[in-house]
Design a protein around this ligand. Structure first.
Ligand code: F6R
Length: 250
């Protein structure tokens, strides 16, 4: 728990930079799972500053993003592809062909094959060294929304097309301007791939995250609170939380 969001962000960036260095030293590359949203924006600012200062390089890094709206054009400023270009990819020395974001333009009939290919690419890359996560106010990770599935079934969900939960759509008004304009579906990395990452960093800041942080860490282990499944792999999960987001942890 950090006194403020800036300190939590700095710790996230430090840990990411360290994992990049360690993975590159150990196996010649680092494979990062990345998140979008408001929470990690300043993490990417920090990483870009490290690259400018010459203390971090993405030369040997491959990235896979958690999710993308579906359907959406990559050039659409609301797409997660354009978010990533803006906040990270255009500011660091990452090879464009190693920056993977699920493709919001694949034809409907090809989404399952595209999603399966995304999982195969990550597996072929040796899995994720690190997955950076944020938490939705409904507990979602990626766009794995609250579910009635048993924990085991939910934990093995692959990358796929999903419908967005009402709370997620409400929160997306920030990006889309109105509820009617929110694209109601998305492609998301599945829980299986997220939980398989060798390190998971969960960054949660702000008082609006306090109730769900407490439910995820202290409430029942259930697919109805997707982030509670992080407790099944607790030894490799680090929660980076500011005091306002930790307020209901007791
Ligand atoms: C984003 C993602 C989402 C967000 C979550 C929190 O790629 O997968 O799960 O991490 O919705 O979003 P913010 O940071 O905007 O509160």
């Amino acid at each position: 728990v950090f006194p403020d969001a800036a300190a939590a962000v700095r710790s996230a960036a430090e840990r990411i930079a360290r994992i990049v260095a360690e993975s590159v030293a150990a196996r010649g590359k680092a494979v990062l799972g990345l998140a979008t949203g408001a929470t990690p924006e300043k993490v990417y600012d920090d990483l870009a500053a490290r690259v400018r200062a010459g203390t971090l390089s993405f030369r040997d890094v491959t990235t896979y993003n958690l999710d993308e709206y579906y359907p959406i054009q990559p050039v659409d400023p609301r797409s997660y592809r354009s978010y990533m270009q803006r906040f990270l990819f255009d500011r660091v020395d990452l090879a464009p062909n190693r920056a993977h974001v699920l493709d919001g333009t694949v034809p409907e009939a090809a989404t399952a094959a595209h999603a399966a290919e995304f999982d195969r690419w990550i597996d072929a890359d040796g899995g994720l060294d690190l997955q950076l996560l944020g938490i939705g106010r409904n507990g979602h990770i990626g766009f794995n929304e609250p579910s009635e599935l048993a924990v085991e079934a939910f934990a093995s969900q692959p990358t796929r097309v999903v419908g967005l939960h009402p709370i997620t759509k409400t929160d997306a008004i920030r990006e889309f301007g109105s509820l009617e304009a929110v694209i109601p579906r998305a492609l998301t990395m599945g829980v299986r791939q997220i939980l398989a990452a060798r390190t998971i960093l969960m960054l949660a800041t702000g008082p609006h995250k306090a109730p769900i942080v407490a439910r995820a860490l202290k409430g029942p282990l259930t697919a109805n609170v997707p982030a509670s499944l992080l407790r099944t792999v607790a030894d490799k999960v680090v929660w980076l939380v500011d005091e306002p987001a930790a307020a209901e942890l007791g």
